[in-house]
Design a protein around this ligand. Structure first.
Ligand SMILES: Cc1cc2nc3c(=O)[nH]c(=O)nc-3n(C[C@H](O)[C@H](O)[C@H](O)COP(=O)(O)OP(=O)(O)OC[C@H]3O[C@@H](n4cnc5c(N)ncnc54)[C@H](O)[C@@H]3O)c2cc1C
Length: 392
C-alpha cells in the first residue's frame, strides 16, 4: 500500500471549512490538508449583534481565534494553512491559484495541488461590503483587518442616535433589541419589515412575541413597507431612506440586514445554480450539469441548500469528511445529507435578558432563549466550532 498522503484543499476557514478539516484529520490520517483563507483568525460572526453594539459585553478573544493554533494536536505536516484568496480552480492540473497579497503582483500567487477539493467559501452580506448600508462586519472581508472593521463599526453605532434597520429577519430583530439597550444617549430606532410580521417563517406566537418585546423597548416597527432607496450623504454624515409609503426618514445610519451574496467569484459557472450557489448532490459532491464530481465537495452557505445557517454546517461538514475519508480508504459506505431531515429552529435574543424562538413546534420561553443564546450570543460554542467538535 502506498504511503503517499492524499492532498485535500479546503477553500474557506470559517465554520464549515474548519469543521471539515478537523473531522477529516480525525478520520483519515493519510490526508494532508491545505486550508486556505484570507484571514488567519476564525471569526465567530454569530455574536456580531451583541459586540458591535455593546463592545464591553464580549472581549475579542470570545469571537476571534487563531486558526493555526486549533490544529496543533495533529502530526506536523498534516495541516498547512495558507493565508490567501483563491482566485481560480484549474482542473487541467488539479490545483487552485491563491493570491497571498491583496495588491497582487505575480510573485504573490501560489498554486496548491489537490486530489480532493472542498469549497467552503460561504457568503457575505450587503452590510459587510457597505453596499447601500452602514458597513458592519457581519462576516469577515477578504484581506481586511477584521479588528479594525469591528472597532470602526462599534464607534459609528455608538455615535448614532437615529437609526433605520431594513429587514426584520432574525438579524434585524436581534440588532434592534441590542441597539434599544445600548448605553449612552437614547437611540430612535425604526425597523422596516416588508411583510405583515417580523421573523418571516417563524410561528405566529414567535412573531408576535418579538414584536411586542421590541415595541416595549420603544422600537418603531413598520410592516408591509419596503425600503425603496437609500442615499448616504458623506459630508453631512447622514442617510436618507425612502420608503414605499412615500415617507422619507433622515437617519444617522441605515443598516441593511437583508440578503446573502455567494462568495463564488472563483468557482466555475458550470457548478452554479441560477442564483450563484453551488449545486450539490446528497453526498455533498459538486454537481456539474447532471454529473456529480468525485473529486470536489461543497459545504455550508455556498451550497444550493437554502437554509444558510450555522446550525446546519456541522452535519454537512461531517458528511463531507466521512465521504472523503471513505473514498481515501476505498470504503464503499457513503454518508448522505438531507436538509429536510434537520429540525427547523430559530432562537432570537431580543436584548440581553429575553427573546423568542422555536425548536421544531415548541415555542421557547424568553428565559430559555437567554440561557441558550442571549447571555453571550453562543460564544461558549465558538471553541467547539473552531475545532470541529460540534456533532449536531
Ligand atoms: C450577522 C449574522 C448572524 C448570524 N447568526 C446566526 C445564528 O444565530 N444561527 C445560525 O444558525 N446562523 C446564523 N448566521 C448564519 C451563519 O453565519 C452562516 O450560516 C455561516 O457563517 C456559514 O458558514 P460557512 O463556513 O459556510 O461560510 P462563511 O462563514 O461565510 O465563511 C466563508 C469563509 O470563506 C472565506 N472565503 C471566501 N471566499 C474565499 C476565497 N476565494 N478563497 C479563500 N477563502 C475564501 C471567507 O473569508 C470566510 O472565512 C448568521 C449570519 C450573519 C451574517
Amino acid at each position: 500500500m502506498s504511503s503517499k498522503p492524499v492532498s485535500v484543499a479546503v477553500i474557506g476557514a470559517s465554520h464549515a471549512g474548519l469543521g471539515v478539516s478537523h473531522k477529516l484529520l480525525r478520520q483519515a490520517p493519510k490526508a494532508s490538508i491545505t486550508l486556505i483563507d484570507p484571514s488567519d483568525e476564525y471569526y465567530f460572526n454569530i455574536a456580531t449583534p451583541r459586540f458591535l453594539v455593546k463592545p464591553q459585553s464580549l472581549p475579542s478573544n470570545k469571537y476571534l481565534y487563531d486558526i493555526r493554533e486549533s490544529f496543533i494536536e495533529y502530526p506536523s505536516g498534516s495541516l498547512n494553512f495558507v493565508k490567501g484568496l483563491v482566485t481560480r480552480i484549474d482542473y487541467s492540473n488539479k490545483s487552485v491559484l491563491v493570491t497571498t497579497n491583496e495588491n497582487s503582483i505575480k510573485n504573490d500567487v501560489i498554486s496548491v495541488a489537490f486530489d480532493y477539493l472542498v469549497i467552503a467559501s460561504g457568503s457575505t452580506t450587503p452590510a459587510t461590503l457597505g453596499q447601500g448600508s452602514l458597513k458592519l462586519p457581519f462576516k469577515a472581508t477578504a484581506f481586511e483587518d477584521t479588528r479594525k472593521a469591528i472597532s470602526e463599526a462599534q464607534k459609528k453605532l455608538q455615535n448614532a442616535t437615529r437609526l433605520v434597520i431594513g429587514g426584520a429577519g432574525p438579524l434585524g430583530v436581534e440588532l434592534a433589541g441590542e441597539l434599544a439597550e445600548a448605553s449612552g444617549s437614547p437611540k430612535v430606532i425604526t425597523l422596516v419589515s416588508k411583510t405583515g410580521s417580523l421573523l418571516e417563517g417563524a410561528t405566529d406566537t414567535v412573531q408576535r412575541t418579538a414584536e411586542s418585546i421590541l415595541r416595549r423597548k420603544n422600537v418603531e416597527i413598520l410592516k408591509n413597507v419596503t425600503v425603496d432607496e437609500v442615499n448616504e450623504d458623506t459630508e453631512k454624515k447622514s442617510w436618507t431612506v425612502k420608503l414605499s409609503t412615500g415617507q422619507t426618514i433622515t437617519a444617522d445610519e441605515y443598516i441593511s440586514t437583508t440578503g446573502v451574496i455567494p462568495n463564488n467569484q472563483f468557482i466555475p459557472k458550470s457548478f452554479l445554480n441560477d442564483e450563484g450557489w453551488v449545486n450539490v448532490d446528497e453526498q455533498l459532491r459538486v454537481v456539474e450539469g447532471k454529473t456529480s464530481r468525485s473529486d470536489t465537495y461543497a459545504v455550508g452557505d455556498i451550497t444550493c441548500h437554502p437554509y444558510r445557517l450555522l446550525s446546519r454546517v456541522s452535519i454537512q461538514a461531517a458528511t463531507v469528511a466521512s465521504n472523503i475519508a471513505a473514498s481515501i480508504k476505498k470504503d464503499t459506505r457513503i454518508a448522505k445529507y438531507s436538509a429536510e431531515a434537520q429540525r427547523k429552529m430559530m432562537v432570537v435574543p431580543v436584548g440581553q435578558s429575553t427573546g423568542t424562538g422555536h425548536f421544531g413546534g415548541w415555542t421557547l420561553l424568553g428565559c430559555l432563549v437567554w440561557f441558550f443564546k442571549g447571555k453571550d450570543f453562543l460564544t461558549y460554542e465558538a471553541p467547539k466550532f473552531l475545532r470541529g467538535k460540534v456533532e449536531r
